[in-house]
Design a protein around this ligand. Structure first.
Ligand code: SIN
Length: 396
């Protein structure tokens, strides 16, 4: 029911992990492999291992209210073990045993680093790496602007990568690019205008965190994290609605440019099946869990998937293609179904059944009780009372 394809990579389930939380080591990736996640996506690798920014560099479990996903903010600065760690023979062998597509995320510090890492991936044995997610949107690298916001650089990077892939004389894993959130309609148009020039781009992942947010410890009157004067990328519940809009707008741009062959993976603030449902409705073919995977165990993949399945069953959908991209414009008079009300529908469908239960079960039992059982019991008690009275008095 939740099977899908992303850039022609078949995924048994459309819910999988985002690159970032709990993806740094092979052990962590294997843990993901042992959950219901539809794929295993590595931490964004740089050419060489790096420790990332100074600590503390993340905040999670920022409560946005009982019905909303926890928010998060991080300025990790791409701590990772270097590309070779994620693609060496032993790592690939171990990950292969999980029987799930393996997608390697890359975030080179320079274009040449990205090209070098791609070359190394291309020389791995066929079918050990099933996809590449090129992260063009990390907001946390000191003195490195986000490529996805610099359209000339985006064009230049895709052009160079395209040349490399086209010159490679073997089948290469499908390439996806991870974008930053856009906020202006002209930016969606511009980004797609560039992306569709390069047939090597098979899918888009949107969105990375919203960069340069800030949390403050008001008691100590200081920034809440250490790197970059306290600035970090906002994730989790805070950005769900930005993620929805980004999936929707990019999907619309792809449709109008006739390029629906480029898939979209939605990420940002997904905490429950309903969040995933909404992203798919906006056009996503798969959905990643980031903050949610960070704050919960790997069980979140199973939980979100089964919640999504319940929503689909209730709506009569057999596959995500039955509703993907079918978001309608506002309908006059429609109720704004809040996440809260949908959640209570989801969790306790029986609540809806209370009126029916009252009418068809409790009421008949009550009537039966009043008409038959109650008189019978009263009679029996009376009868026993009489009999006792008689018995006791005769014994005397
Ligand atoms: C990081 O390591 O800074 C987070 C990854 C990202 O935002 O791309």
């Amino acid at each position: 029911m939740l099977a899908t394809t992303v850039g022609s990579i078949p995924l048994p389930c459309c819910i999988y992990n985002a690159s970032g939380p709990k993806t740094n080591s092979i052990e962590a990736l294997i843990k993901i492999g042992n959950t219901s996640a539809g794929a295993i996506l590595s931490k964004s690798a740089t050419l060489n291992a790096q420790d990332g920014n100074e600590l503390p560099r993340f905040i999670n479990k920022i409560d946005l209210g009982s019905n909303y996903c926890n928010g998060s903010m991080n300025s990790e600065g791409l701590p990772n073990q270097g590309i070779d760690y994620y693609i060496n023979d032993d790592a690939l062998l171990q990950i292969k045993k999980c029987n799930k597509p393996y997608i390697v995320s890359l975030s080179g510090l320079t274009l040449n680093d990205n090209l070098e890492m791609l070359n190394r991936i291309f020389s791995c044995p066929f079918d050990t790496i099933n996809g590449i997610e090129l992260n063009l949107a990390c907001p946390n690298i000191v003195n490195k602007p986000v490529i996805a916001y610099d359209f000339d650089q985006l064009d230049e990077v895709l052009n160079a990568i395209s040349k490399l892939i086209n010159a490679t004389k073997k089948i290469t894993p499908p390439l996806g690019i991870k974008l930053a959130p856009y906020f202006d309609p002209s930016h969606f148009t511009k980004a797609i205008e560039i992306i569709i020039k390069y047939s090597v781009v098979k899918y888009i992942v949107t969105t990375n965190t919203i960069g340069n947010a800030m949390f403050i410890d008001a008691e100590l009157e200081c920034a809440a994290i250490a790197p970059r004067n306290g600035l970090g990328g906002l994730g989790g519940g805070y950005i769900k609605h930005t993620a929805l809009a980004n999936v929707y707008m990019l999907y619309k741009e792809l449709v109008s440019s006739g390029r629906t062959d480029i898939d979209i993976v939605g990420v940002g603030g997904v905490h429950c099946g309903l969040d995933a449902f909404e992203l798919i409705l906006c056009g996503a073919r798969a959905v990643q869990l980031g903050t949610c995977h960070w704050t919960e165990t790997g069980d979140c993949f199973e939980r979100v998937s089964s919640e999504l399945k319940i929503i689909m069953q209730n709506k009569g959908y057999n596959s995500i293609e039955d509703f993907r991209g079918n978001l309608k414009p506002y309908i006059k008079g429609s109720k704004q179904i809040s996440k809260m009300s949908m959640n209570s529908n989801l969790k306790s469908k029986d609540k809806d059944d209370i009126p029916n239960t009252l009418l068809f079960v409790i009421l008949p039992i009550f009537i039966l009780f009043v008409l038959i059982i109650f008189p019978y019991i009263s009679f029996s008690i009376d009868f026993v009372g009489l009999r006792n009275h008689y018995f006791i008095s005769t014994c005397k």
